[in-house]
Design a protein around this ligand. Structure first.
Ligand code: ADP
Length: 451
């Protein structure tokens, strides 16, 4: 097992990794920007190294500084966390070239899944269901029109190097499709320097369902059920739950098995997530995240498996502790992502936390970098806390989530807590009746009422 791990990240995820290391008796090295000198992950780590000024490109994305910090402190592995360098295949390769372990899958696997056209092709080869559409990239509007004849309208034109929803255009007819190809190409060229496009049937009211996977590259790959992450705004997840309130036992078993078998065939070695759109009982692959995800704790809550620990274990060359038959899902979990932002306009709200009080009691877990007096920097992601609540069933979990949100005090900045309270009291949410468009519509309606 590793003796010392450098954590190339910040915020709650850096703390999460640090805690897993402690539980395993592994030493930790925190890296930080000058803006994060007082951050909790720096305070709690065994050692820390300042790697540059506030802007991410000069610190958390500064590969040379991070590799130097690892060499100087004698770390034998680097955990990239989420975001930043976590899905950067070149970085993973460099870490290995410097004689350290990268806690994640192979650079090759990161590379394939990071290219949307290659990822979809690989998914098809591995027997994963995908959205009907073009066979690889489309070269022209004429070719797109031919594909649309087989899928029917509406269709979605997407950028191969897309991310964050950019370079995507919906088209309802041949004319619109010509425009969509032109616009998506221009947008993709400007945003990613690559105007390669592909095309899919546009699904109207899908849910976002993702499968948590763990593989050891030594003959075992398990799934830990699904997470329903349909409550999103601008493609950012806000509240997630596990299990999904709509899947049948048969659907859960089927998509879990298909995903795990595919990753076994792929030889996948790490934690990973396959994201699907789900509509009318069918699943359609959208992408694979080759890293730990922000919402992993709800899967931990219903399975009792420490996903971070297993991820570290397999990176060190060990086998997974679990076989599929050891995975027993029980109860219900909800994660509320609490951001420092206006709950209804989503405008960031950095600043100093003047008072801080966390909820407790049965079923409550908080992953957060906050403390009283902490100054939230404006340079990074607005996620400041994750409230993870576990209940014996969905109803119990919702009641406990209400209780925990009511107890949570974060003064000095605006947070998403009021919106989360709205959600856990809402009829549709209580019935589980929502899809990927629900949250934006809900917030638009609330804002319209206030005007
Ligand atoms: P990105 O990497 O830009 O986030 P994704 O392929 O993951 O791109 O898609 C982002 C979001 O766009 C999805 O979560 C979903 O809401 C929507 N989307 C993607 N493909 C489709 C589709 N074929 N039909 C309907 N919505 C889609």
């Amino acid at each position: 097992m590793f003796k010392k791990i450098l954590i190339a990240n910040r915020g709650e995820i850096a703390l999460r990794i640090l805690r897993a290391c402690r539980d395993m008796g592994i030493q930790t090295v925190a890296v930080h920007s000058t803006a994060d000198a007082d951050a909790m992950h720096v305070r709690l780590a065994d050692e820390s190294v300042c790697i540059g000024p506030a802007p991410s490109k000069d610190s958390y994305l500064n590969v040379q500084a991070i590799l130097t910090a690892a060499a100087v402190t004698g770390a034998d592995a680097i955990h990239p966390g989420v975001g930043f360098l976590s899905e950067n295949a070149d970085f993973a390769e460099m870490v290995e070239d410097h004689g350290m372990a990268f806690i994640g899958p192979s650079p090759e696997h990161i590379r394939v899944m990071g290219d949307k056209v290659a990822a979809k092709k690989t998914a098809i080869e591995l027997g994963i269901p995908v959205v009907p559409g073009s066979d690889g990239a489309i070269a022209s509007a004429e070719e797109a029109i031919e594909v649309a004849k087989t899928t029917g309208y509406p269709v979605l034109v997407k950028a191969a190097s897309g991310g964050g929803g950019r370079g995507m255009k919906v088209a309802n007819s041949e004319d619109e499709l010509r425009d969509a190809v032109r616009l998506a190409g221009t947008e993709a060229k400007a945003a990613f320097g690559d105007d390669t496009l592909y095309m899919e049937k546009y699904l109207g009211q899908p849910r976002h369902i993702e499968i948590q996977l763990l593989g050891d590259g030594q003959g075992t790959c398990i799934h830990i059920g699904e997470r329903d992450c349909s409550l999103q705004r601008r493609h950012q997840k806000l509240l997630e739950e596990a299990p999904s309130p709509v899947l049948t036992e048969e659907e859960r078993e089927r998509i879990g098995r298909i995903s795990a078998e595919a990753m076994l065939k792929f030889g996948y070695k790490s934690a990973g997530t396959i994201e699907y759109l789900y509509e009318n009982g069918e699943f359609f692959f959208i992408e694979m995240n080759t890293r730990i995800q922000v919402e992993h704790p709800i899967s931990e809550a219903i399975s009792g498996i420490d996903i971070l620990e297993e991820q570290i274990r397999v990176a060190a060359g060990e086998k997974l502790k679990y076989k599929q038959e050891d995975v027993v899902l029980k109860g219900h979990a909800i994660e509320c992502r609490i951001n420092a932002e206006n709950p209804y306009t989503f405008m960031p709200s950095p600043g100093q936390v003047t008072s801080y009080h966390t909820p407790g009691g049965v079923g409550v877990r908080i992953d957060s970098q906050l403390y009283q007096g902490y100054r939230i920097p404006s340079n990074y992601d607005s996620l400041i806390a994750k409230l993870i609540v576990y209940g014996r069933d969905r109803e119990d979990c919702i009641m406990k989530t209400r209780r925990a949100l009511q107890e949570y005090v974060i003064d000095g900045v605006q947070t998403s807590i009021p919106l989360h309270l709205d959600l856990v009291h809402n009829e549709d949410i209580m019935k589980g009746d929502y899809n990927i468009h629900w949250l934006e519509k809900f917030v638009d309606e609330l804002n319209a009422q206030k005007k």
